[in-house]
Design a protein around this ligand. Structure first.
Ligand code: HEC
Ligand code: HEC
Length: 348
């Protein structure tokens, strides 16, 4: 985090910090209330709708004050540290340039940036992506396998427990299975644009709005060997099975969060065009790959890849996307948690 702040100040875009302050300065209670998010409305985000659950998660400062066992505090701090500096697991669980907080901005707390606490109160539940009931650990493991192009810490391990504890603690005070929509959950996509998303327009808008930080070639930005801005495609990025490789999720992420410090500044058309350009680039293979793109599409098209460009032929150079066996930095395709069926004996 600190490194980004330096870089951002250099670029004159320190709003990331500003946003945090605006959104989280208010006293934290988990009751339905509008005021804590007033700052977000001023930044162009929608106001909470009638019936939505609004929750302001506690901060690391709140943790210091919290009346919980000091050992639990230590474990939550460890979870926070793993979430914001996941690179400490590089080569073990993480095989790209990402931290969890590269996509879940505001340390996993920020609305419209897929805040992570909803998972702690809505799981266990059925998940379409793997067609069975998942708990919180399995959901976290999913982001390791796809978004981090890695392999998760074992269920029940210290690292997994620490990460879970951080997620659950952020949900402090929210009822389990709240049964109502959650304000700011996920990366809501902008409305369908007037024109079909377009590669060439997306490329131009990318160069203008994004390349300064993420590089013309999408590989991110390093300073003195230190990673400053994450890679949007290529080996340093998430693989083809990651949620953000789908056009609508990418458009939602981009409009709500990018350029960093200027959320909601892109039009719906620009957000879709840039997303389309970004998801038309190569990245490491989906761990569910069977060795054949058509077969993989047949298996995972209906539940996932109908929203991505997996297997499509790119218009300007006839390149067939994802038709390769490149697994990026890791020397294996499939992490241990992918393709594991559960509760088969309960079928029907
Ligand atoms: C490359 C981007 C990216 C990275 C990096 C990433 N995630 Fe995610 N994460 C997503 C996307 C996309 C979703 C799905 C959001 C949606 O449903 O719209 C998601 C969803 C989640 C959810 C479920 C939230 C909910 O509303 O139920 C949790 C929990 C989560 N991620 C945890 C993690 C953890 C832990 C890490 C690091 C190990 C991580 N993520 C890294 C992109 C990412
Ligand atoms: C001022 C620098 C800056 C600009 C400009 C910027 N980003 Fe980012 N972007 C970041 C940083 C920093 C992160 C990671 C956030 C963190 O770690 O706190 C990020 C994260 C991301 C991510 C999620 C992580 C990943 O690598 O996939 C995507 C996608 C993304 N940006 C896309 C874009 C797009 C598209 C644009 C142009 C519309 C853009 N960004 C403009 C700095 C920037």
């Amino acid at each position: 985090m600190k490194r980004y702040h330096t870089a951002l100040t250099l670029l004159g875009a320190s709003l990331a910090t500003g946003l945090g302050v605006a959104a989280y300065a208010a006293e934290t209670t988990s009751e339905t209330q509008e005021m804590p998010y007033q700052g977000l409305v001023e930044l162009g985000y929608p106001a909470p709708q009638e019936g939505e659950l609004v929750h302001v998660p506690p901060t690391m400062d709140d943790l210091e004050e919290a009346d919980i066992h000091p050992q639990l505090k230590r474990v939550i701090r460890r979870g926070y540290d793993l979430f914001t500096n996941t690179q400490q697991l590089r080569g073990k669980n993480v095989f790209n340039d990402m931290n969890c907080s590269s996509c879940h901005l505001g340390e996993g707390r920020q609305p419209f940036s897929a805040p992570i606490w909803p998972a702690a109160v809505t799981l266990p539940d059925f998940r379409g992506k793997n067609q069975h009931v998942n708990n919180l650990e399995e959901r976290i493991a999913g982001c390791f396998a796809y978004s981090m192009n890695g392999t998760p810490p074992e269920y029940g391990s210290d690292d997994m427990l620490a990460l879970s504890a951080y997620h659950q603690w952020l949900a402090t005070g929210v009822p389990m299975y709240p049964g109502q929509p959650i304000y700011g959950r996920g990366f809501p996509a902008p409305p369908e644009p007037e024109l079909e998303p377009d590669y060439t327009r997306g490329e131009a808008a990318y160069r203008e709005n994004c390349a300064i930080c993420h590089g013309e070639d999408g590989s991110g930005h390093y300073e003195d060997g230190d990673y400053v801005f994450p890679a949007l495609w290529g080996d340093g990025s998430n693989n083809w099975g990651a949620g953000i490789a789908r056009t609508h999720t990418a458009a939602g992420f981009i409009q709500n969060n990018m350029p960093l410090g200027q959320p909601n500044s892109l039009s719906d058309q620009q957000a879709w065009d840039i997303a389309y350009y970004m998801v038309s680039q190569e990245r490491p293979q989906d761990p569910r790959y069977t060795g054949d793109v058509d077969e993989t599409l047949e298996l995972f098209g209906p539940t996932f890849h109908r929203h991505s460009r997996y297997g499509e032929v790119r218009e300007h150079d006839n390149h067939r996307l994802a038709d390769h066996a490149n697994t990026g930095e890791k020397d294996f395709l499939k992490p241990w948690n992918v393709g594991v069926s559960r509760f088969e004996e309960l079928s029907e």
